[in-house]
Design a protein around this ligand. Sequence first.
Ligand code: IPE
Length: 255
Amino acid sequence: MILMKAGGSAITDKSMDFSIKAHNLERLGRALATATEPVVLCHGGGSFGHPLARRYDLSGEITTPEQLRGVSHTNIAMRNLSNIVCEALIEGGCTPFALQTSAILTADRGRIDVFNTAIVHHVLSTGFIPVVYGDVVYDATYRYAIVSGDQIMRRLAEAFPGNRALFLTDVDGLYTADPKRDPGATLIRDIALADLGTVQAGEAGDVTGGMKGKVAEIAALEGVVTEVQVLSLSRDGALEAALRGGVGGTRIIMK
Ligand code: IPE
């Protein structure tokens, strides 16, 4: 099976609140319909989640009425985005089944506490694509907290160990520098997890905050996935190729 994270930048347009990348979502639906092995999909919040989390200051303890309203808004926005993602999947010929993240997991101090992964397993075993997402969830200490898709990916990988993970983004993979700013940036094709640190340390050039974040997400999967691929959802055919087992984007060998 494949654990897939569709990053917020792959499925939403971060330059405008509550806007999607319709072509990328169409690509996602069409590509997933060609999958020959089970897939669990986790998507990010992008322009639906992050602007609200910032506007209502949803970090740390949630105490003010304004923050609580922000929790409600974020809860709705993420369900809306999940609906949009699932509709794109159906349109492409898949059978998605969304699991509202805040109903199947709780947090403590912003870290996942209890996660009912059994339900993910059940949905998977009936031939559906379980869809979960970064969300605002009940938190034992903070009342509510944002749990990111990468935390969810780690816990999914622990519940379903020994599989590969695909990270869908809006660039072709991991680069030696920011490809949007530095024309000298080169795409890293194959790298061992241990060498990712070298890239970050600057030996092969600086990586951006975004790339650093991505590297940290990947490193968090150490010991629970066999391989990670980072690829672009903006490129036609890239996801289909990866689903067939082909090498595209950046491949990180995890052991
Ligand atoms: C964020 O999830 C969820 C909310 C802000 C509610 P992620 O952190 O996984 O989202 P992206 O992929 O960075 O957009």
